[in-house]
Structures are given as C-alpha cells and as structure tokens.
Design a protein around this ligand. Structure first.
Ligand code: HEM
Length: 498
C-alpha cells in the first residue's frame, strides 16, 4: 500500500510518509471517509423521504415525523459535509504542516457522539424545529417537546461545537507553526514584500478557520442563553437575537464548508491538468476580501425581519452581490483557465472537482438572485431557497469533497480506477442531481412554499413536482451508491494493508 498522501512540498515539521504517525493519520482519514460513506446515503434517503411525503406517493409521513426528519436531514447534511471537508483537507494540509493526530481523534469521537445524540433527539424524541431550532419552541413550559429531548438536542450541538472548535484551533495552530498569520493570509503577495511561498490551500484554510471561529462563538453565546433560560436564571431571551445568532453560525458554517471544497480544487485539480495553480497577489486579495464579506453577507438572512435596522438589509444586499465577485473571478474563472486547452485527465477526482465548481457557480447565481431584496420578498419562503442551496451544496461542495475523498482512497489503497465506471457515476450524479434541484426551482418560481409537509389546494402542483423530483433522486442515489461502493472498497483495502 502506498502511504504517501503527503507530497512534494513537505514541511520540515511534517512526519515522513512512511512513519507511524503518518500511518496513524492515514488510518484516521480512512475512518472519516468511511463515516462519510455510511452517513451520506442515509441522509440522502431521509431527504428523498421528505420529497416522497410531499408527492403524496405513499401516505408515509405525518407532519410531526416530517419535521423531525427535516431537522435531522438538514443538520446532519450540513454537519456531515463540514467534517468530511475538514478531514479531507487535513489529509492534504499535511503536505505542508504538521497536525496532531489526537486532536483529529477528539474531533472524530466528538462528532460520533454528537451525531448519535442528534439521531436520538430527532428520530426517537421527534424533535423537529428545523436546523435553526426555532426559538422559543423548545423551551418549557410552553415547549413542544419533552425536556429530555430538548436537553439531548442542545447537548448534541454543544458536543459538536466543542469538538469542532478544538479542531479549527488545531488547524490554525498547525498553520501558525509554519507560517506567520500575515504570510498565511498572503499579505506579502498583496503588498509585494518578500515572504515564503504559501500555497492557496493554506490561505483559503486560514481564512475559513478565522471565519468559522466567529460563527462558533455565536453558537456558544446562543447555547449559553438557552442554558440560562432552561436553568431558570433568565426569564426569556430576545427571539430576534436568538435567530440572528443561529443564522450567523449556520451562514458561516455553510459558506466555509464551500471554501474547504474550493481549497481542494486549488490543490488537486492542477495535478490532473499538468499545470500549476500558485498563490499570487490577486488570489490572496480575493480571499482576504471574502473574509470580510462573508461575515457581512449574513445580513441577507435578516430581510424578512421588518424590525431589523434597514441599513443592515442594505449592507446585506451589497455584500451578497460583492462576495460573488472575488469567488467568481478568481476561483471559477481560475478553474476554467486551468483546464482550458490542457490535456486534462478526466478521472473520478478531476470530474467531480470540476463539476463541483460548476454547481457552485450555478447555485451561486440562484443565491445572488435570492439575495436581491425585491426578489427575496417574493421567493423567501418558496422552494427557490432549497433550490439554490441544494445546488451549491449538493452539486457544488459535496462533489468537490467526494472528488477529494476518492483521491485519498485511491492514493492510500493504490487501487487504480476504472475511468469508464467513474464517468458513469459522475453522469448519474449530475443528471439525477440537476433534475432534483430543477424541481425546487420550478416550484419556487411557481410559488410553491418550502417546508410544507403536504401540499393541498392552491399548492397542489407542488406534489407533481415532488413526484418528478423523486424519480431524479433515484438516479442520483444510484450514482451515489456506486460511488460508495468504489470508494468503500478502496478504503477497506487501505485499512487491511495497515
Ligand atoms: C440526495 C440528496 C438530497 C435530497 C433528496 C434532499 C431533500 C431535501 C428536501 C425535500 C428538503 C425539504 C425542502 C422543503 O420543503 O423545504 C430538504 C431540506 C434541506 N436540505 Fe436537503 N436534500 C439532499 C441533499 C442535501 C445536502 C447535500 C445538504 C447539505 C447541506 C442538504 C441540506 C438541507 C437543509 C439544510 C435543508 C433545510 C432543512 C430545514 O429547513 O430545516 N440537503 N432537503
């Protein structure tokens, strides 16, 4: 077995590829990939169940079950792709920096514990306020769910939050030990001063970790407010504050997960095109601007709250538009430039990375349209919203991470791929995935509301669209399951080989 996920530009701190520390790191990477392979189809089937319920195909779901599944599906998917992105990224970052295995283990075990608690709260306790917890639904005495359910759910979020904060800090620390913060952020490229060569993956990761810590602090404040209220120390919290805190956390987590995927594109795609993609002034500038904008773009989540300050809405619209520019100019055009007229090897990894960037671009356009205040007043509570976020998530970052995870499993197992089969898998995922999200867009444009367990009367056309979506999801699922088989097989071989 090849133990060399690590590569050309090794850090002086990096363990040598054959060392026991490198082998332990590789083993943990495989465990992460296996968890991803196990959870991905389960969470996808839960998503499919929601669409089956909305299509009236089978009278499967009462509203209570629908919302608990929606909560588990939404939170589970967001969490899954964050940890899968972090795990794959850490394996690639080890090319440049040292990361301690025990911290990665804390993240791994903390994630498993958190996920189990989440499953108990939602599937057994039927906890269903959506990923945003919908304060004050959970709080007794007016609370909708039994106390143990609320406590289990909030504890799950706390465990996940602690484990992920420790992980983010470790990645920052690992970077800080090799690069200073200004050089990791690429400031010497921007100012034209001398400095070390910093690969884009380091700059993008640094920016993502800083942003994510801001989001995690917001989650901590929110959980503390919940706790104070549950313990009777405070009477009630400001509902608007609670909503803002949870959305700041969710907005940043989702965006930085995207950046983790994009960092993988910068790092891996050049290997398949025979070209290099080095850091420079424009790339560093673009990503530093992203750091500033991603936080302020959060204000687009406040449009529906008329009591919020009007200028916050205006900032939300301007920064949402502006944040598309550095991403589009540097990363999307960069991707096009790197494959243009190159003799690219179109394998599972390169195809999924490339298609992921495409999904990011298409979903991004849907998101920018929705971030326009005048449009948002019409579209906000329609299926347009799951339409755009499923596009840049499912067809964007998920594909990038699947590409990265396949790359790792292939390198670690040494088992070459059957390129024809890989292309079939990528085709099934793309046809099924785009058909599925298209039904969301069509629904949104025709005023079908989102988060409805059942469509009746004026929304009945939503059921027909849901039915068509189910057919496409079946195609998507076939592609995902073939991917699970191909990657899982390689992981098993890599594990057996030690
Ligand atoms: C096979 C893939 C998937 C299917 C079939 C699926 C299906 C669905 C459906 C039907 C809904 C409810 C839509 C509504 O009426 O509002 C939903 C919501 C959601 N999905 Fe997915 N989805 C998939 C993949 C993903 C992925 C990859 C993510 C990653 C983040 C994700 C995150 C979410 C979130 C956050 C919600 C909103 C939950 C809420 O409103 O609380 N889904 N999904």
């Amino acid at each position: 077995m090849s133990t060399t996920v690590s590569a050309s530009s090794m850090s002086p701190d990096s363990p040598s590829p054959g060392s026991s520390s490198a082998r332990a790191a590789n083993r943990l990477t495989i465990f992460w990939v296996l968890v991803m392979l196990a959870l991905m189809p389960i969470l996808a089937i839960l998503g499919m169940t929601l669409r089956v319920g909305q299509s009236n195909l089978l009278p499967l779901l009462d509203a209570e079950r629908f919302y608990s599944i929606m909560t588990l599906h939404g939170l589970g998917m967001v969490g899954l792709w964050f940890v899968a992105g972090m795990a794959a990224l850490c394996a690639l970052l080890r090319r440049y920096i040292e990361l301690r295995n025990w911290v990665n283990w804390i993240a791994f075990l903390g994630t498993l514990v958190g996920v189990v608690m989440l499953i108990i709260a939602t599937l057994i306790g039927k906890y269903g306020p959506g990923w945003y917890f919908l304060y004050p639904l959970s709080i007794t005495p007016s609370g909708v769910w039994q106390d143990w359910v609320t406590y289990t759910f909030l504890s799950a979020i706390a465990v996940l939050g602690v484990a992920w904060t420790v992980w983010c800090v470790e990645v920052m620390w690992g970077i800080a030990r090799r690069y200073t913060l200004p050089s990791a952020l690429g400031w010497h490229y921007i100012t034209g001063k001398d400095g070390p060569e910093v690969p884009p993956i380091i700059t993008i990761t640094t920016i993502s970790m800083i942003a994510n810590l801001i989001g995690l602090v917001s989650a901590v404040v929110m959980l503390a407010l919940y706790l104070l209220e549950l313990l009777g120390v405070t009477d009630v919290s400001d509902a608007l504050l609670m909503k803002n805190l949870v959305f700041l956390f969710g907005h940043i987590l989702v965006n930085i997960t995207l950046y983790l995927g994009v960092a993988m594109v910068y790092e891996l795609l050049p290997e398949f095109t025979g070209r290099t993609w080095k850091n420079n002034r424009l790339i560093s500038l673009a990503w530093n601007v992203v750091l500033a904008l991603v936080v302020f773009a959060f204000f687009h989540h406040l449009y529906m709250d008329f009591v919020q300050l009007r200028w916050l809405h205006v900032i939300g619209q301007i920064t949402s538009y502006a944040s598309a520019i550095p991403a589009a100019v540097m990363s999307i055009f960069g991707t096009l430039a790197i494959v243009y007229r190159a003799s690219t090897r179109w394998t599972m990894t390169s195809l999924l990375l490339y298609c992921g960037v495409l999904g990011w671009a298409i979903g991004g356009i849907g998101a920018v349209i929705d971030s326009t205040i005048a449009v948002n007043t019409q579209f906000h509570n329609t299926l347009w919203v799951p339409g755009h976020f499923h596009t840049y998530f499912l067809m964007g970052v998920v594909l990038m991470i699947l590409g990265g995870a396949f790359y790792l499993s292939e390198r670690l197992s040494g088992v070459p791929e059957n390129v024809k089969r890989s292309r079939l898998i990528a085709s099934l995922i793309c046809v099924g995935g785009y058909g599925f999200v298209l039904m969301f867009y069509v629904g949104g444009a025709n005023s079908v509301p989102r988060r409805f367990a059942q469509y009746t009367d004026t929304t009945a056309h939503g059921s027909t669209l849901a039915l068509i979506a189910v057919l496409f999801i079946a195609v998507l699922l076939a592609g995902l399951l073939m991917y699970v088989w191909e990657t899982g097989k390689r992981c098993a071989i890599a594990l057996r080989a030690g």
